[in-house]
Write a protein that binds this ligand. Structure first.
Ligand code: MRU
Length: 401
């Protein structure tokens, strides 16, 4: 990859932003998007084209793609595709509602849909699809930039840790908050990739992340491709490793952060935070501002997705013949239960690694962070009402929403 210069990388060792792998690309002429079908990983890398909002909604709901920032970006393109077919108010409402209902916990979904609605609604129907598409592109590019900034801030933490000990920095992560879960870089993995590229010795404990095994299937795949040393561990191993002093730092992603700093992430995150707290291991959460929901006062207000029992009672893997097969794990008649996320109280979080720096997980710090930044920090989109585009002359608008 071509070197570039980052603030945290004066030697220019890190990959350029446009050169980092991405799990989503747009089809020529805005005819749709192409995504990596994450259900097939780690056994097969397959791209699939999505040409309309219904296909995008199904892909999100059935987790062909997943991870809060990627869900948001894909939904934004989905809404733009709906407007391409039918730019009426009714179509805008129906497609927004369909996409929003796919995954209830990742706040990036509602955030991105709101941005696209704000961009498209004031426009004349003939301009709506293009305005929505431009906004979706802006959301996608902003995600890559935010994650690169998260990486730079997280890299400072990793460098500090490296200066305090001999040998590689040992990071534990849960689920997949890597480039597959975002438009590029990943959130929790961005500092890891930057550390690796900068020559900082690092090794990662990858929680397998039952029931869907995003750690074993996706994070391990990503890290392996990038040459980052890692070991996959059973979800229950984290406490043991921390007690034995074999984890220097935990860093995870998140699907929603409430106004008081409570963090919602993949089921099992809370137990890791408890173990980290008990063992004095720093527990960081990588959080782009698109994942912050200041309208939710605390974690109990975050809707927790309940998914199907089959994800718990069955498991898929590759057999010796190279075929991917599903097997049942439980006795006939045993039911599964599948809460997909949990809430980690802010008091257990050492810091939130955001694109604007590392902040305490508390309401005051979060409010300061948002008000100190650009107007789109909490979800609004500047330039959203430019119906005719950057080069399209005077905007034609339909009046305020
Ligand atoms: O159910 P998933 O796989 O969409 O859950 C993903 C996570 O929990 C991630 O940690 C989170 O979305 C952050 S991704 C940068």
């Amino acid at each position: 990859m071509t070197p570039t210069k980052h603030a945290a990388d004066p030697a220019g060792l890190l990959p350029r932003q446009e050169a980092v792998p991405r799990p989503l690309r747009v089809l020529p002429d805005g005819a749709g998007i192409e995504i990596i079908d994450q259900r097939q990983l780690p056994h097969r890398l397959a791209w699939v084209a999505l040409h309309d909002a219904e296909a995008v909604a199904a892909a999100i709901g059935e987790m062909w793609l997943r991870g809060a920032p990627l869900i948001g970006a894909a939904a934004a393109f989905g809404l733009a595709l709906a407007l391409r077919r039918d730019a009426s108010d009714a179509s805008l409402e129906a497609a927004s509602a369909r996409l929003a209902a796919t995954r209830p916990t990742a706040v990036n979904l509602a955030w991105a849909l709101q941005r696209v609605r704000r961009a498209a609604w004031p426009c004349l129907p003939a301009q709506r699809a293009a305005a929505a598409w431009r906004e979706a592109l802006a959301i996608a590019e902003a995600d890559v930039a935010a994650n690169a900034a998260i990486g730079e801030h997280g890299l400072v933490l990793l460098r500090e840790m490296a200066s305090r000990r001999e040998g590689p920095v040992r990071v534990l992560t849960h689920c997949n908050a890597g480039w597959l879960a975002t438009v590029g870089w990943g959130t929790a993995t961005a500092p890891i990739y930057m550390a690796h590229a900068a020559g900082l010795p690092i090794t990662v404990w990858v929680d397998e992340t039952r029931p869907r095994n995003q750690g074993a299937s996706l994070t391990a795949w990503e890290l392996g491709r990038a040459g980052v040393p890692h070991r996959v561990v059973a979800d229950n191993a984290g406490g043991h490793l921390m007690r034995r002093g074999e984890v220097d730092l935990v860093i995870v992603g998140c699907d929603c952060v409430a106004a008081n700093g409570d963090v919602c992430n993949k089921i099992g995150t809370y137990l890791k935070a408890l173990a980290a707290h008990d063992n004095g291991v720093p527990f960081y959460v990588a959080m782009p501002l698109s994942t912050l929901d200041l309208s939710l006062p605390h974690g109990d207000a975050i809707p927790i997705e309940e998914r199907g029992e089959r994800e718990v009672t069955h498991i898929a893997g590759r057999n010796a013949a190279g075929e991917v097969v599903e097997v049942c794990l439980v006795p006939e008649g045993s039911r599964g239960a599948n809460p997909a996320f949990d809430v980690t109280p802010a008091r257990l979080v050492s810091g939130l690694v955001t694109e604007r720096g590392v902040v305490a997980a508390d309401g005051e710090a979060l409010r300061r962070l948002v008000s100190a930044g650009a107007p789109d920090a909490a979800g609004s989109s500047d330039g959203a009402s430019r119906c005719a585009g950057d080069h399209g002359g005077a905007p034609e608008q339909r009046g305020p929403a």
